[in-house]
Design a protein around this ligand. Structure first.
Ligand SMILES: Cc1cc2nc3c(=O)[nH]c(=O)nc-3n(C[C@H](O)[C@H](O)[C@H](O)COP(=O)(O)O)c2cc1C
Length: 445
């Protein structure tokens, strides 16, 4: 059955093996992946061959003090990782079309530094940069910055100011500011340069940023907050929202909520793309796919799987018996969206702590989709047409080979159904995503 739809599925792929903790042990995985430019280049080029919108590098704990238990740390490939923006800059020179998305924290950066770095990446990549604005939730980041992690509400208040400063700095020069008139000697038109002069509670930034406006105007902004202030900030400011949804009805509710908030903030529904994470385990038969999932799950020692869950919910659950049913937990200062999703997953499946941890470990707490080409494509089509998402962020748990399998088998099936592009039609990440290039605040004023 072939269907065509004007809406097209948008796809990004996690490129960060360290997220999966144990996947470096998989026989198909190059165990140097997190810290090998050759591997990262091959991964980005594979995503580009598959016509994906972007690769995405998470950065949840790399700025953090390593966990104190050396017995745990010594097992983690993420014990060494590239800094995301410098890696994306290297990949910009080695690819042509793929979007380059990475994570940086509004809690532990200064907006001036970040505006400069991301603006520069957008220029170097000819408009392919995307920044995942996170507010940080890992308490182990704090000891590297000399200040404690602020409470949840304050992190989001700071994030809002951070966003205003960064986008204000990107607007420093109008798009047509540069005359470069050799005859008169005038390089730029001074009327087209603006200082943001931001005076807020958290930041005082004069500007301007000494950099031409980025090719995308504002590089793409992604967010992944699921709490009330996280959703509101995302709906008002993000082009892409990542989320962790285990069930289609939850994702539909999240989708409707974010699109509604975006409209109430004066935006078009389609200007914010919602991409839930999904870990894909493909097989030529269901039995083969299940065997693969089994092999991956078994690579996770129980205490590491439980630690992964603990990181997700921001609470220590090691005092419980792993064979107890997953407990009701009070709200934490950590990732509220993840906490809700994990608890709900355990409750619906009537799962113990051990079962919950083992099932969620390899997918870093996201949904796992185990199946054949048709099953995976059917599921994606149902979520997409059922307005549970605008696409997906793919989490191949054995990395390059997993991405290759997806591109070889599932992408052609999505194309056959008219759900996914058969060639890139744009150059910039905004064009891939179908989100508008924002006008400068000064030009529109
Ligand atoms: C797909 C996805 C990727 C994420 N990547 C990161 C990341 O790289 N770094 C990080 O600190 N948080 C990351 N998060 C967590 C969120 O950005 C956010 O900080 C978290 O959900 C806390 O916000 P909340 O309390 O509003 O839910 C990610 C979440 C999702 C769903």
């Amino acid at each position: 059955m072939s269907k065509s739809s004007e809406r097209q599925i948008h796809l990004a792929a996690f490129n960060y093996g360290g997220m999966y903790g144990q996947s470096w042990r998989h026989p198909a995985v190059d165990s140097t992946m997190d810290f090998s430019l050759a591997y990262q280049t091959e991964y980005a080029r594979t995503a580009e061959r598959g016509l994906l919108d972007a690769i995405f590098m998470a950065d949840e704990s790399s700025q953090a003090r390593p966990p104190s238990e050396m017995d745990m740390l010594k097992r983690m490939s993420s014990s060494t990782a590239f800094e995301p923006i410098t890696l994306m800059t290297a990949l910009a020179a080695r690819t042509e079309r793929i979007g380059l998305m990475f994570t940086a924290s509004s809690t532990y950066y200064e907006p001036y530094n970040l505006a400069r770095l991301v603006g520069s990446l957008d220029h170097l990549s000819a408009g392919r940069a995307g920044w995942n604005l996170v507010t940080s939730n890992n308490v182990n980041e704090a000891p590297n910055f000399g200040r404690p992690i602020p409470p949840h509400a304050e992190r989001y208040a700071r994030a809002r100011e951070f966003y205003d400063v960064v986008t204000g700095l990107w607007d420093s020069f109008d798009d047509d500011a540069f005359r470069r008139d050799k005859e008169s000697g005038v390089f730029f038109d001074p009327d087209k340069l603006h200082a943001v002069n931001f005076q807020g509670k958290y930041f005082q930034v004069r500007g301007p940023l000494r950099m031409a406006r980025p090719p995308q105007g504002h590089p793409v902004i992604a967010q992944a907050g699921a709490s009330e202030p996280g959703r509101q900030l995302g709906a008002e400011t993000a082009d892409v929202i990542f989320c962790a949804a285990q069930f289609m009805n939850d994702s539909q509710a999240f989708f409707a909520d974010i699109k509604g908030r975006a409209e109430r903030a004066g935006r078009q529904r389609d200007d914010v793309k919602i991409l839930p994470g999904v870990s894909i385990i493909w097989g030529s038969t269901m039995a083969e796919a299940e065997d693969k999932f089994d092999a991956i799950s078994k690579m996770w020692p129980l205490e590491i799987a439980i630690q992964g869950i603990t990181g997700g919910i921001g609470l220590d659950i090691t005092q419980y018996d792993p064979d107890d049913l997953f407990p009701e937990l009070p709200p934490s200062n950590g990732i509220q969206g993840h906490q809700r999703a994990i608890t709900e997953f355990a409750k619906r499946g009537n799962l113990t702590i051990r079962q919950t941890a083992q099932r969620l470990a390899a997918s870093i707490k996201h949904r796992t989709l185990v199946g054949t080409t048709q099953m995976i494509a059917d599921d994606m089509e149902a979520w997409f047409l059922g307005e549970a998402c605008d696409g997906f962020i793919l989490i191949p748990p054995y990395q390059l080979q997993g991405l290759q399998e997806f591109i070889e088998h599932v992408v052609p099936e999505l194309q056959r159904r008219g759900l996914f592009r058969t060639a890139y039609t744009g150059r910039t990440l905004r064009e891939h995503l179908g989100v508008p290039r924002p006008p400068s605040r000064y030009a529109s004023a």
